[in-house]
Design a protein around this ligand. Sequence first.
Ligand code: GDP
Ligand code: MG
Length: 363
Amino acid sequence: MGLFDKIKQAFTGQPQEKTPTDVEETASQSPAEQPAESTETTEPVQFTPEQKETQKYDKGLQKSRKTLSRRINELFANFRYVDEEFFEELEDVLIESDVGFEATMQISNVLREEARIQNVRNMDDAERVIVQTLVDMYGETSPEEARVNLKINDLTVILFVGVNGVGKTTTIAKMAHQYKQEGKKVILAAGDTFRAGAIEQLRIWGDRVGVDVVSSKQGGDPAAVVFDGIKQAREAYADILMIDTAGRLQNKKNLMNELEKMKRVITREVPDGPHEVLLVLDATTGQNALIQAKQFQETTNVTGIVLTKLDGTAKGGIVLAIGKELGIPVKYVGLGESMDDLQPFDTEKFAYGLFRDLIEGTV
Ligand code: GDP
Ligand code: MG
């Protein structure tokens, strides 16, 4: 069963199982239908962890969902036939949603083919086929759950790379918080010795989360911090060492050399490490994020992507572009600024958050 059918079934099969956000929206929009008793004084509704996650996606992707649904609905309203002009217009919508040129062309070719095979005659058919194909293609961006590669009963070393401001340090803090809650022992290494205040920022996060931070003086050798971090992690029998790095892409050659050196130290001390090299990308930078990814990929063997600030963009299509053009799995998505707004990437929840208005429209 494709992703579309799965999500659709969730709507039609069990209509009573609405998402927490739906409940909220309905409640605020139609107060007349609320029970006579005010719910304000009663116990807050307890959501399951699964519902809470769905809610995070729902909320974090709200801007993107509204924009995409509006654009696609406008498109269907403006055309009477699925002709060449229609597909060109659809391509524009996708490009404007940051789906990326290559991915857009691929999608639009598949859609043309599907429309032909399924012998689409009217706009209702077209809408169903197009939304279904789009959602199913989304499902293919990350067929298996893209989990972080964690060692069992041994030290896992995760290196974080990415340009300044994308969210590396806060992502490390959020992941450390989550791992700690799972009972894992986490140590952080302040490998951004370049930017003023970067070491202090990680220290503050370490204090808040309650994990140790290994650091040097500003301007120190990041590879030495990595060495110390591994040593301390080993001595403390830590499960996970997360290494922060500098992101001065304006001095690309130095940065890449520095990362290489850090990686060499890791591999020397932990032969099968680093177990993950996570590239952090800011979703609000759109196609620029793709360019950054390609630059890092040239010199660093990136194993996964953390896509932050999806809550701040109306262009959630960037996930599709990353999946189709880079071939690196997205492992985490940032859906807001609070600690548990960083979520392991889940294609189904993502597609649900991004497309649910459109899917609901194709009854
Ligand atoms: P770094 O330079 O890569 O280490 O970036 P920082 O971790 O310092 O983050 C830069 C800013 O981005 C901070 O203000 C973060 O709170 C913010 N940020 C990071 N992730 C997210 C996210 O998913 N959503 C939002 N809205 N802000 C985020
Ligand atoms: Mg930082």
